[in-house]
Each structure stands twice: as C-alpha cells, then as structure tokens.
Design a protein around this ligand. Structure first.
Ligand SMILES: Cc1cc2nc3c(=O)[nH]c(=O)nc-3n(C[C@H](O)[C@H](O)[C@H](O)COP(=O)(O)OP(=O)(O)OC[C@H]3O[C@@H](n4cnc5c(N)ncnc54)[C@H](O)[C@@H]3O)c2cc1C
Length: 282
C-alpha cells in the first residue's frame, strides 16, 4: 500500500487468473468469506472499488454460465492473495459456496475504476449496508494507513446481520450502527444523523455502496454540502463485465448532460451527484 493517493483505472493489468482456494468459511447465515491464491501479483494491481469476474464452478445442481461480478474485499499480505465476501443468493454464488480448500477457480480482473482517496483528506464518511460492506472494506484499510479519520454509518436488518468486525478489520473508526429492527435505519433517522455529522465537522468525501435508498438520501443531503464530495460504487446486474454487452448501462446527469454509462466500464464508482435515480420515459 504505497500509493495512498487518488487511485487510477488500470486496464493494462486485466488478466485471467487461475486461483486456488486457501480459506473458505461462513461469516453468518448468508455471507461467505473466500480467500484465493494466484501466481501473479494481484495485491499490487488491485485497488478499492474494483471488481473481478468470477467463474463459479459447475456442479450437479447449478450450471452458472455467465461470470459473476464480485468486489475485492481484500488483498495480501502475500502478493497473490485476494479475498471476497459474498452473499449466497442464486445459482452462481450457491455453486461457489460449494468450493473446498484446494479447489480452483478462475477469476478475471481487476475490472472497473476505483474510489478516489486523496492523501490530503482529513476525514471521510462511509455509509454501508449489505454487500456494500465488502466493496468499501478495502477503502477503510487504505484510509487508516494514510492516517485519514473515518466515520462509518453501518446499516443492517438487525444487530446479528451487521458484520462490524468484517467491515472495519481493525481500522480505527467512529461507528454509528443503525437497524431496521428498531427503526434507526429509516430514511428520516439516517438523514438526520448524516446532517448532524456533516454539521459537526468537515468531511472531504462521503462514500456509499449497497443501498439505493442510502444513495438517494446522500444525493439529497450533499446538495446542501457543496464542499463534500460523494462517491458510490454501483451494483448493477451485468453479464460480460467488460463494456461489450451493455446490460449494465445506467443514466447519469453530468452537469446537465444526460448520458448512459456502463457500470462495468465507466464505473462501478460514480459521483453521487451524477446518478439519476428514476428514469422517466415518454
Ligand atoms: C461491481 C459489482 C460488485 C459486486 N460485489 C459484490 C460483493 O462484493 N459481494 C456480493 O455478495 N455481491 C456482490 N455483487 C453482486 C453479485 O454480483 C451478485 O449477487 C451475483 O452475481 C449473484 O449471482 P448468482 O448467480 O448467485 O445469482 P443469480 O440471480 O442466479 O444470477 C445473477 C447473475 O446472472 C446474470 N444475469 C441475470 N440476469 C441478467 C440480466 N438481465 N442482464 C445481465 N446479466 C444477468 C449476471 O451474471 C448476474 O450476476 C456485486 C455486483 C457488482 C455489479
């Protein structure tokens, strides 16, 4: 982690890697953690926000065809080590869940752009829910290593779903936990919390991933805080993951210029202010 500065797109590093499963376990009743080992230096070329396309195994029960996009949850300490934290939801992830230590899986990447984390930042705010935790976890590690203060709002259905340790991974942070079960994760409550935090001190940037509701809330709030940047990692259904099939296009409004962009290629990280929440036709 030598270049804490603003990360870059790195298409020249995209490659297919044959990996060996070195650790694979349940984190809770829905999420699994997998650690893979490759022959090449994945740690050196992979940055927070990027993703890989995973070739999930074919089993007797599941025959996944398309590769599945998965954010990088962690890299290192060995150069070839890469980690993913994933929700077992459908055909591909169920097949992946059946992999044993010693099995092999092919992955393609790193794909997409990265979160921007400038070394001069003093404090960042992260809003995470669901799989957004996996996507933003490496960002916290870089911020902590760069001495940047972290405030995290973690949202979950109930306390047992929070995955606080899995998210922070030892990074020092001021953490606010909100839950559906006690109403503290409601849009009104989280908006009040975010506004209170932004009023208390300056945040250089707010990052989010994993919830459309939180994204739209932040877009509304950031309109009142022009000095704070906002970034979101979008999780759009995608097929090829390389910009060819156009299945992941979303509309963005970049300073009044409405355009369709590919989440896999121009993203997955976009300015929160540019996202168009609802598209009206006709
Ligand atoms: C950039 C990115 C990062 C992600 N990171 C994570 C992560 O870190 N952890 C995590 O748990 N999840 C993550 N996801 C979500 C994850 O990709 C899905 O949960 C996973 O693909 C589900 O696969 P499945 O086979 O189990 O589910 P299924 O519902 O059986 O299949 C979904 C897959 O089918 C394909 N597909 C289905 N319909 C379409 C369509 N209309 N157009 C195109 N393709 C289609 C896609 O390959 C899609 O991934 C991420 C998604 C993206 C886009």
């Amino acid at each position: 982690m030598t270049d804490n500065a603003c990360f870059h797109r790195n298409a020249e590093n995209v490659a297919s890697h044959r990996c060996e499963v070195v650790e694979h376990r349940w984190v809770n009743d829905r999420y699994k953690y997998i650690r893979l080992s490759a022959q090449s230096d994945l740690a050196g070329v992979t940055k927070p926000g990027q993703f890989y396309q995973l070739k999930c195994p074919v089993t007797d029960e599941q025959q996944p065809f398309l590769l599945r996009p998965m954010s990088v949850y962690g890299v290192g300490p060995e150069p070839g080590t890469i980690e993913f934290l994933y929700n077992v939801t459908g055909v591909g992830t169920a097949a992946m869940a059946s992999l044993n230590v010693g099995d092999h899986m092919d992955i393609v990447g790193p794909l997409g752009n990265t979160f921007v984390l400038e070394p001069q930042y003093k404090r960042i705010l992260v809003l995470a829910r669901g799989v957004g935790l996996a996507t933003m976890a490496p960002l916290l590690q870089y911020a902590a290593a760069a001495g940047i203060g972290i405030t995290a709002i973690m949202s979950a259905r109930e306390p047992k779903d929070l995955m606080r340790e899995e998210f922070l991974r030892g990074a020092p942070a001021q953490v606010h936990c909100v839950y559906d079960s006690d109403g503290t994760s409601s849009v009104e409550a989280v908006e009040a919390l975010v506004r209170r935090l932004l009023d208390q001190e300056h945040y250089d940037v707010v990052y989010t991933c994993g919830s459309h509701r939180l994204l739209m809330l932040l877009q509304r709030v950031l309109a009142d805080y022009p000095q704070t940047r906002g970034e979101v990692a979008m999780e759009q259904r995608m097929a090829c993951g390389m910009g060819v099939c156009l299945s992941c296009v979303r509309m963005f409004d970049i300073e009044g210029d409405k355009q369709f962009l590919r989440v896999c290629r121009e993203g997955p990280v976009f300015s929160i202010r540019d996202v168009v929440g609802e598209v009206e036709f006709g």
